[in-house]
Design a protein around this ligand. Sequence first.
Ligand code: AMP
Ligand code: MG
Length: 349
Amino acid sequence: MKHCNRKKRIIPWILVLCAVSFSACGKQPVKLTSTNTAMGTVVQYVVYTKDTKVAEEAVLDLQAKLERLEKEVLSRRVESSQVGVINAHADSQAGVPVEQELYGYLQEIQEIAIESDGALDVTLGEIITLWDLDSLAMSDSKEQQFLMLPEAEALEWALQNTGYEKVVLEEEKIYLPEGMSLDLGAVGKGIACDRISKELEACKEIEGAVISVGGSVVTYGTKWDKSPWNVAIVHPRKEGAYLGTLSVNGTCYISTSGDYERFVEKDGKRYHHIMNPHTGYPADSGLCSVTVVSDNGLLSDALSTACFVLGAEEGIKLVEHYGADALFVTVEQELVMTDGMKKLFKENK
Ligand code: AMP
Ligand code: MG
């Protein structure tokens, strides 16, 4: 059985700061690159400024903020995080008060769940726990490499404890049925990108940046030469290779969901981490990756997951509804794109 292990490629908690061009007075163009980990994934920073120190401090500050976002707000594995507390109080008749920012995210997520007919469903906590594909795919332990397909009864029980339509959001409170748990894995990195661009806006000395949090990327501002940002899109079937490049201007959010990110193979079948909420099984819509570009990080991330579940035909309708663009790679390695994406994407031949 093959298992993908992205964690091995992560240099844990090492911050590599590298100013590739700077002057003694610090007023010449500086491009600072840095790699770290946060939110269980690799975070890459490229920051353009005239002051190396400003860039270094900005990167350290962003890094600390991402760690706090995960620990204090989004992680369901941290009991004291806002999502952890919500999950622990499922079935509270009085509802669980939600802080304003998270409440806003949950409202947006709920709307996308409805628009995608439940392809995006952040109430899949029990299904995700049942499969435990994240730890299987990341594990080095031989024992854990053995994937046990869920028993029909357990799957049925978990499916009964999911369903975005059973969640009520009212007056800054959430009402979650007993047994249900939220998992914001499908939107967390996009939310992180939204947070990053807000922070960058507040730091006037930073003129441009490209920051990737796992499969979600935010481009911000401009480069010295005003040329577009080029964002490489991972090839879903050739490890270490790129499928092509997206050229975008200014602030833009790009998210990719793929069956190559976290998966286990058993008997020639790939079991990956993006679930079809209707079946409780890994989505099987004929795609191996979807990339979405939009002007909002949460939206890009949510749509890339939803489109992966829906498949290219329904996915295109969904992204067009939101004025976003998408690139779909089918299991036959065909590329399907929205018209807008055709202008942004250049394939590596
Ligand atoms: P992404 O890589 O952004 O597509 O997000 C995948 C992650 O979101 C998984 O690791 C799960 O934690 C969670 N997830 C899986 N399937 C879904 C789904 N259909 N809707 C919402 N969240 C999901
Ligand atoms: Mg996503």
